[in-house]
Design a protein around this ligand. Structure first.
Ligand SMILES: [Zn+2]
Ligand SMILES: [Zn+2]
Length: 358
């Protein structure tokens, strides 16, 4: 039986923490459940998941639907799309079954690329290689999550670029339904009609719209603008966690009063435990480069690991930690003893603080 390989190339940068990551994990589980009940898909579809942040990582190798177990997805810093595409090319080189005089190889693989940000690496070489070796042998559909995606860059790679308005849980449901339906129609096409091409299901334009092939939407700069995400470690448990802040509207009122507040404030969305995999998936350059003023941040979380009241204190080494009632606070990053001033107000600190990227 000829296989129909389906790859999910998933952006696991920091801004995906929280709701988007949860929805993508749920979505993948739904896709697999649905496809397993479809006889055509069950016979032909093989799935693989490659995640990428600062670095790419194979999360699930190419397996058939029976062997596929929906994974937990890790998070990292950075959005190295170029490195991810090169990793994908290597994976395809190794795993695709090619036509020989005796056997029929795999059907054309489908790659679903989900991304919510701007590449933080140079994608030129990856684009060149992709177009040279796989443009005509695979079908790559890129789905931009949200609005801060560089469509122009995606258009250099993808056969189709779709804009997903990831507004709520219902939108995610619709979106993953579309992915499932598209895989189903393609597997019917190859089985019954021997049509070796991607056949996308009909798109609900309110959820998913097509970007024009010449769309020029471009984002300059390498930091994610909608979110500010910080990596921290728990003082008690040393566990890493992320704090996500999202940009709110301009605070016109305070501006009118002539107060020196930043035009854009970032509001706390939540604090989330991550695993040590965060550091494996992050590139070296992702911290210490970008700063955001602590005055632009609204809200401080409790520590999600130990429940300490303050999730956000900064050591002079640059590491962020939780603190509470420790008599002698010790930085979980550099092990120095600290004196933390009792801060009763909701401000994380007087200094500019390091901000994660992507
Ligand atoms: Zn803690
Ligand atoms: Zn320290």
């Amino acid at each position: 039986m000829r296989r129909l390989p389906v790859y999910f190339l998933i952006d696991l940068s920091e801004s995906m923490i929280g709701e988007p990551l949860y929805q993508v994990e749920e979505g993948i589980a739904t896709i697999v459940r649905e496809l397993r009940s479809d006889p055509y898909a069950l016979e032909t579809v093989w799935l693989s998941i490659i995640g990428f942040a600062g670095k790419p990582k194979r999360i699930t190798p190419l397996v058939d639907l029976i062997q596929f177990y929906p994974p937990r997805l890790p998070i990292g810093g950075g959005t190295s799309l170029g490195a991810a595409i090169e990793f994908l090319i290597q994976d395809l080189n190794q795993n695709l079954v090619r036509n020989t005089p005796d056997t029929r190889g795999d059907w054309r693989p489908i790659i679903f690329l989900f991304t919510d940000g701007v590449p933080t690496d140079d994608i030129n070489r990856a684009v060149e290689e992709w177009n040279k070796y796989y443009r005509n042998k695979a079908f790559l559909v890129a789905i931009a999550f949200g609005e801060e995606v560089d469509i122009r860059e995606l258009n250099r790679l993808a056969d189709q670029v779709l804009l997903f308005k990831n507004t709520d849980a219902a939108a995610y449901k619709q979106f993953f339904k579309w992915v499932t339906a598209s895989i189903k129609t393609t597997s019917i096409g190859v089985n019954e009609g021997h049509r070796d091409e991607f056949q996308p299901a009909r798109v609900d334009e309110n959820i998913l719209s097509r970007a024009a092939p010449d769309a020029a939407q471009e984002y300059k700069g390498t930091v994610d603008l909608q979110h500010a995400v910080f990596i921290a470690r728990c003082q008690q448990t040393k566990k890493p966690y992320l704090m996500k802040y999202s940009r709110g509207k301009a605070n016109a009122q305070l501006h009118q009063e002539g107060l020196a507040v930043p035009n854009r404030l970032y509001h706390l969305q939540g604090a989330y435990l991550v695993t040590e995999q965060y550091f494996e998936l992050s590139d070296n350059s992702s911290t210490h480069k970008f700063t955001v003023s602590s005055a632009a941040l609204v809200g401080v979380p409790n520590c999600p690991a130990c429940g300490n009241q303050h999730g956000f204190a900064m050591c002079p080494c640059g590491g962020i930690l939780c603190h509470g009632r420790e008599e002698v606070p010790v930085c979980p990053w550099c092990n120095s003893k600290l004196i933390i001033k009792d801060s009763s107000e909701d401000t994380p600190g007087p200094h500019n603080i390091i901000r994660g990227r992507g």
